[in-house]
Write a protein that binds this ligand. Structure first.
Ligand SMILES: [Zn+2]
Length: 424
């Protein structure tokens, strides 16, 4: 018993110590660095935009270095005085997907992006590193931040925020913020109902269903001039707050937003870790990018809840798509590079993936057959290609969600690990 009390004392003491460390180094609000991510299929450059102060910090105060190793980019914040790493965060972007699209082979393009960090008390050096074709990070951008600079933008648009699920302090919980897109001034009640539907369907699926007490969910109301989203293939153009559009990279169901800074302007009204946009449309579609944002149609006739869960898997746990086809993106996975997504492998470094979860004697690759329908294996086909990329289950919510409503054991573990990481 004494041992138990000593252990509790140690843990509480350690958390208090790290919280005290946090408040020595950071203030409890956010600093956003806006930049423009420009390039073509073979090159990329980052151009500084502005610094912006946001009122909340929704992330952990005790767990500031990202040890997951996911994402195509890594942001680091180091002390300008002694180069000590103070904060890091892995993420991916719409720009990096675009680099694999046919358009990037013929033209250059710029995407507005942002990185958010706790507000530093002293000068810090912020850097962004990008994964090269070998899967290694290379530093591409550096910017020295003086937190006392008079140029840090403090403009604020106060938008209405409401609680949907409240479990506790944002520092110890996973904080999801839901943003309205394509809802007109008189559709606020519809948005609130859609937010409630998101929260209800979210906690229907494991492993989220066993972890409800680890999540906060809030909504931010930002009305649009017109209802819906752009559908270029049908000549439908609507004036909406976040300028969402189907046919992103000429893929009909890829509903996305290009201006991430505009997304952050709305999200910054609440403490958040993860941004999910509800689009007021019925047309099947959506998309999500790891530690960037997720979006989907809030009114698809029968699968809205499953789309939320599939997309949130990308945003939250860095899960890759386990299906074949469906996109024009090429060159995403190489045989001599292990993908960073936890549920895909090229078998290049499979020991870092689910090898230790496989039942003894599992053949690699595992044959796709009816008796293997719920057996963990290594099935060829995934990450949009039929050859050279392997998935853990024949079908999973990250594959064909129309015919299944559970995540495979590898995806479930990745989600649970990320919940635990956020709540440490
Ligand atoms: Zn899976």
């Amino acid at each position: 018993m004494l041992k138990y009390f000593l252990w509790i004392f140690f843990v509480v003491g350690a958390v208090q110590h790290s919280m005290a460390q946090f408040s020595k180094i950071f203030e409890s609000k956010s600093l956003r660095l806006d930049y423009y991510h420009c390039g073509n299929a073979d090159s990329e450059t980052f151009y500084f935009g502005q610094l912006k102060q946001e009122p909340f910090w929704g992330g952990s105060k005790s767990h500031l270095v990202d040890t997951n190793g996911y994402g195509s980019y890594q942001m680091e914040v180091r002390s300008a005085e002694n180069n000590v790493l103070l904060y890091s965060h892995g993420f991916s972007t719409l720009f990096s997907e675009w680099q694999s699209s046919p358009e990037a082979k013929s033209t250059g393009r710029c995407f507005p992006e942002s990185v958010v960090m706790p507000f530093p008390r002293q000068k810090v050096m912020v850097s962004i590193s990008s994964r090269n074709k070998k899967g290694e990070f290379e530093k591409k951008f550096e910017y020295l931040i003086d937190p006392t600079s008079k140029f840090i933008n403090k403009e604020r648009e106060n938008l209405e925020v409401f609680d949907l699920v409240h479990s506790g302090d944002p520092a110890d919980k996973v904080d999801i913020v839901l943003l309205s897109e394509g809802y007109t001034e008189n559709q606020q009640e519809l948005f609130k109902t859609d937010c409630q539907k998101f929260a209800a369907s979210f906690f229907t699926y494991a492993p989220y269903s066993q972890n409800k007490d680890k999540f906060n969910i809030r909504g931010v109301w930002a009305p649009s001039k017109q209802a819906g989203a752009d559908i270029p293939g049908d000549s439908i153009w609507t004036q909406t707050r976040l300028k969402s559009s189907y046919y992103t990279f000429d893929s009909e169901r890829y509903l996305m937003v290009t201006d991430y800074q505009g997304v952050c302007d709305v999200a910054g009204n609440a403490p958040y870790d993860y941004i999910y946009i509800l689009a007021n449309t019925e047309k099947y579609g959506g998309g999500a990018i790891y530690n960037f944002y997720g979006i989907s149609a809030a009114h698809h006739k029968n699968e809205t809840g499953k789309i939320f869960l599939h997309e949130f898997g990308h945003l939250f746990a860095g899960l890759g798509d386990e299906y074949v086809g469906g996109t024009d993106l090429s060159d995403l996975y190489f045989p001599t590079v292990e993908p960073w997504e936890p549920n895909l492998t090229t078998l290049f470094a499979f020991e870092k993936k689910w090898k230790n979860m496989l039942p003894e004697g599992t053949p690699i690759p595992t044959p796709v057959s009816p008796e293997n329908s719920k057996k963990l294996g290594v099935y060829e086909g995934g990450g949009y290609v039929s050859k050279g990329v392997y998935r853990p289950w024949i079908n999973c919510m990250m594959n064909n969600m129309h015919t299944i409503d559970v995540f495979c054991p590898v995806c479930s573990k990745a989600i649970q690990d990320m919940i635990d990481f956020n709540c440490k």
